[in-house]
Design a binder for this molecule. Structure first.
Ligand SMILES: O=C(O)c1cc(=O)[nH]c(=O)n1[C@@H]1O[C@H](COP(=O)(O)O)[C@@H](O)[C@H]1O
Length: 235
């Protein structure tokens, strides 16, 4: 599916603020946003998140997953970070997602409201790993089930792998923003990722955003790696 442009989010996964800032500068011309997640936030703290993101739109990936009141209160603690997107786990269920929706609306002014994104099934999980958690159906069925629940409950978009974009679009239409990690340029190591595709494959499947970490940040030249991915997306 073409017609929507696919943009790059660089995952600044490090425990070092100066390193995160360096990667942001090196990739700035090629990325539409930077992602700061659990590793960085736990190691460096919330003030450093703002510093690391600088002027770039911030994808704040804290994957909140707790009882509704705790998730809502946690979102209230994030106001100063002015994120463009933030994540919760869809498996937290309808009440948790709805509480997150209310908290986002109450915490942020309408013109500065982050997209509320629900993580479906982590891209590091395959069918076997999912079955071990007690889910009997396929990964695709579970992603669509959680995706539908999340959008019905107030999420703006979903985090999924490229493999589930087509079934999600079929079930939920064009409106939900689809953010897609598990991206590996041809020839790069999957590491712990199980459901992977190349940047061009994710673009052709209809991703709004792709999230790329190690293929850029572990490259000998992160700027060149980000440039190559951006070029692949716009080819
Ligand atoms: O929410 C996410 O961003 C996320 C969800 C998911 O299912 N899989 C996934 O890899 N991610 C994140 O996307 C990034 C992928 O990094 P690399 O595997 O190094 O490209 C990491 O920061 C993960 O935390």
């Amino acid at each position: 599916m073409r017609g929507r442009s696919t943009r790059l989010i660089v995952a600044l996964d490090t425990k070092d603020t100066a390193q995160a800032v360096r990667w942001r500068h090196e990739t700035a011309g090629h990325a539409g946003a930077v992602k700061l997640g659990l590793e960085f936030t736990y190691a460096c703290g919330l003030d450093a998140v703002r510093e690391a993101a600088g002027d770039s739109p911030l994808f704040l990936d804290l994957k909140l997953h707790d009882i509704p009141n705790t998730v809502a209160s946690a979102i209230g603690s994030l106001a100063a970070l002015r994120p463009a997107m933030l994540t919760i786990h869809a498996s937290g269920g309808r009440a948790m997602i709805a509480a997150a929706r209310v908290a986002v609306n109450e915490t942020f002014p309408e013109n500065a409201r982050p997209l509320l994104l629900a993580v479906t099934v982590l891209t590091s999980m395959d069918a076997g790993a999912l079955h071990e958690t007690g889910v009997e159906g396929s990964v695709e069925a579970q992603v669509v089930r959680l995706g539908r629940l999340a959008i019905e409950s107030g999420a703006d978009g979903l985090v999924c792998s490229s493999h589930e974009i087509a079934p999600l679009r079929q079930a939920l239409g064009d409106k939900p923003v689809l953010v897609v990690p598990g991206i590996r340029p041809a020839g790069s190591a999957p590491g712990d990722q199980k459901r992977v595709m190349t940047p061009a494959q994710a673009r052709d499947a209809g991703a709004d955003w792709i999230v790329v970490g190690r293929p850029i940040t572990r490259a000998s030249d992160p700027a060149a790696a980000a440039a190559a991915i951006a070029a692949e997306l716009s080819a």
